[in-house]
Ligand binder design. Structure first.
Ligand code: HEM
Length: 497
C-alpha cells in the first residue's frame, strides 16, 4: 500500500530493503520506485519518450482540464506548451533577469535586517516576487500582497488535493466520482475553490499582460512574449497560455522557498559550516561591497553548500510522478504501460552506501568528490541536475532557479550571522531539529526560531544602500500593484534615504 505519511522516508526505508528498483501495487496500478542515480538514468533519462507521461488523475484534471504543464498528460498539447516554455525560459532569460533577482534579494536582506523573526515570510515573499516579476512584470512588495497569499493558499490546497492518498481513490474506484458534493466528497468543493483562485491569479495576471500589450506598454516579461509571439506561432488557446504561466508559478515558488528556508535552518545548527563559508566570503568579497554574480566562481565552499542543500533536503523529495506510455523491459522485468514511476530523490541522496553520514549537512563532501559521493563509489550515473527531475519532464525553471539561488545563498552568508535563539526567561538556547521537515509533495523546514544579526555595521549600511538603489528596478514592476501595496511601498520609501 502507498504510504499516507512521510512518503519520502517510507519509500527510502523500503529501498534499503528491496533495492533501487522495486514496485508497489495499488489496486490494479503498478508503482515503480527508483532510488539510485543509475536507475533514474537508465529508466527515466534514457527512455525519455516512453516515460514522459503523468499518471491519469481525475481530481487534478477537474481543475486544470488537462492544461497543466506539471500534471498534464504527455501528448500534442503538452508538447506545444513545453515548447513555449523552452522558448521563453532560456539560460539567456535567466541572465537577462539577473537585475530583478538581485534587486529582490536586496529586499530580502533589508527585511531580515529589520524584522528577522519573520524570516519564513520574507523568503516566501522573495520567491513569489521573483517569479511574478519575471513572468508577469508585476512584483510582490510584501508578504501580505494578494499575489503572495493567494499563491501559497493555492499551493497548500493543491497539496491537500493532489498528494497521493490525500483523497478518496477516485482513479481506482471511478464510481466515487458520482458522490454528491459534501462530507463524502469534500474534494468537489476544494476543486471549485482552487479553480476560482486559478482564475484570479493565473488569468488575472495574464489579463494585465494583455492590457499592457494592447496599450503598447509591454514590460518585457516572459508571459508577454508568450502572448505576443508563441500563442499564434504554436496555436495555443487562452486557457493553455494561462496554465503555462500558472504552472510555472506553481513549479517555482515552493521549491525556491524550500531551499532558502533550509539554509537559514542549517546555519545555526552547523556553526562550523557557517564559519568556513564566511571566512571564504570575507576573503573574496569583504565587508566593503555586496557579492556580485561572478564572485561565485571564486567561492568553492559556497558552491558546495548550494549542492549540499539540494542533497540534504531535495525540495521535491520523491519528484513528480511520471507514467509510462508503453510496456518497458528493465533488468529482466516487464514494466507495464501506465505504471507510475517515482524518482525517489530522498532515497538517492540519503543512501548510506553512496554518501558518508547522509543525514549530516556536510558541504565538504563536494570538495572531495564531484557529486559528494564516498570515495570509490561509481558516480558515473550522477549529474548536477538530479534535484530537477529527469527525462523529458525535467524542470524547465532550473536556470532561473540556479541563478536566484546562487545570488541569495551568497548574500545571506555575506550579510548575517545565524545562531540559535535564546529563551528570554531561562537564557538557554532554543533547539532546532534540522531533520524535522514538513511532510508532503514539497519539503520544508518546520517553523523554528533563530537569531539573525548583521555581521557588521558596514554590511548593514550596504544593505540599506542597495535596497534604495533597487527602487528604480522595483518601479518598473509596480504599475499593476493593488492600492494597499502602493500605499505600503510609498510609506516604506518615505522613511528611506
Ligand atoms: C530549486 C528550485 C527547483 C527545484 C528543485 C525544482 C524541481 C523540479 C522537479 C523535481 C520537477 C519534476 C521533474 C520530473 O517530472 O522529472 C520539476 C518540474 C517543473 N518545474 Fe521545477 N524546480 C525548481 C524551480 C522551478 C522554477 C523556478 C520554475 C519556474 C520558473 C519551475 C517550473 C517547473 C515546471 C513548470 C515543472 C513541470 C515540468 C513538466 O512536467 O514538464 N521549477 N521541478
Amino acid at each position: 500500500m502507498f504510504p499516507a505519511q512521510s512518503i519520502h522516508l517510507k519509500l527510502s526505508e523500503w529501498a534499503r530493503k528491496y533495492g533501487d528498483f522495486y514496485s508497489l501495487k495499488m489496486g490494479r496500478d503498478t508503482i515503480i520506485v527508483l532510488s539510485s542515480a543509475k536507475a533514474v538514468k537508465e529508466f527515466l533519462d534514457m527512455r525519455g519518450t516512453s516515460t514522459a507521461d503523468r499518471p491519469a488523475a481525475y481530481i487534478p484534471e477537474q481543475v486544470h482540464k488537462g492544461d497543466s504543464l506539471v500534471w498534464g498528460r504527455y501528448g500534442e498539447r503538452w508538447k506545444l506548451m513545453r515548447k513555449t516554455v523552452h522558448a521563453i525560459l532560456t539560460p539567456a532569460s535567466a541572465e537577462e533577469t539577473y537585475y530583478i533577482q538581485f534587486a529582490e534579494s536586496t529586499q530580502l536582506l533589508y527585511d531580515l535586517l529589520h524584522n528577522p523573526k519573520l524570516h519564513f515570510q520574507h523568503v516566501r515573499r522573495l520567491s513569489a516576487s521573483v517569479i511574478f516579476s519575471v513572468l508577469y512584470g508585476k512584483r510582490v512588495p510584501r508578504y501580505e500582497s494578494y499575489e503572495a497569499t493567494s499563491i501559497f493558499d493555492l499551493l497548500h490546497l493543491e497539496e491537500r488535493l493532489f498528494l497521493p492518498g490525500a483523497q478518496l481513490p477516485v482513479d481506482m474506484f471511478p464510481f466515487l466520482k458520482y458522490l454528491p458534493e459534501g462530507p463524502l466528497a469534500p474534494w468537489k468543493k476544494k476543486c471549485k475553490e482552487l479553480k476560482e483562485i486559478h482564475q484570479k491569479v493565473f488569468f488575472g495576471s495574464l489579463e494585465q499582460c494583455k492590457s499592457r500589450i494592447d496599450r503598447g506598454e509591454s514590460a518585457g516579461c516572459l508571459m508577454e512574449q508568450a502572448l505576443e509571439r508563441y500563442q499564434k506561432e504554436f496555436g495555443l488557446t487562452w486557457h493553455e497560455i494561462g496554465y503555462i504561466g500558472g504552472t510555472l508559478l506553481e513549479g517555482g515558488v515552493d521549491t525556491s522557498t524550500s531551499i532558502l528556508q533550509m539554509l537559514i535552518m542549517i546555519l545555526p545548527c552547523y556553526p562550523e559550516v557557517q564559519h568556513k563559508a564566511q571566512e571564504e566570503i570575507d576573503r573574496v568579497v569583504g565587508h566593503d561591497r555586496i557579492p556580485e554574480r561572478d564572485d561565485i566562481k571564486n567561492l568553492p565552499y559556497i558552491q558546495a553548500i548550494i549542492k549540499e542543500l539540494g542533497r540534504f533536503g531535495p525540495p521535491l523529495p520523491f519528484g513528480v510522478p511520471h507514467a509510462i506510455v508503453r510496456d518497458e523491459e528493465y533488468r529482466g522485468y516487464i514494466v507495464p504501460k501506465g505504471s507510475v514511476v517515482f524518482q525517489n530523490q530522498w532515497g538517492i541522496f540519503h543512501d548510506p552506501e553512496t554518501f558518508e553520514d547522509p543525514d549530516q549537512f556536510c558541504p565538504d563532501r563536494y570538495l572531495s568528490t564531484k557529486y559528494g559521493t564516498k570515495p570509490g563509489v561509481d558516480d558515473s550515473f550522477f549529474r548536477d541536475t538530479i534535484i530537477f527531475g529527469s527525462g523529458r519532464r525535467i524542470c524547465p525553471g532550473m536556470h532561473i532557479a540556479n541563478s536566484s539561488l546562487t545570488i541569495n545563498v551568497m548574500n545571506l552568508l555575506w550579510a548575517f550571522a545565524y545562531s540559535k535563539a535564546k529563551d528570554p526567561l531561562t537564557g538557554s538556547e532554543i533547539p532546532i531539529d534540522p531533520t524535522k521537515m514538513s511532510d508532503g509533495i514539497a519539503l520544508f523546514p518546520l517553523p523554528f526560531e533563530c537569531s539573525i544579526q548583521p555581521r557588521s555595521q558596514k554590511i548593514a549600511d550596504l544593505i540599506h544602500k542597495h535596497f534604495i538603489d533597487a527602487i528604480d528596478v522595483f518601479k518598473q514592476y509596480e504599475g499593476a500593484l493593488q492600492q494597499e501595496d502602493k500605499e505600503h511601498v510609498a510609506q516604506l520609501r518615505s522613511h528611506l534615504v
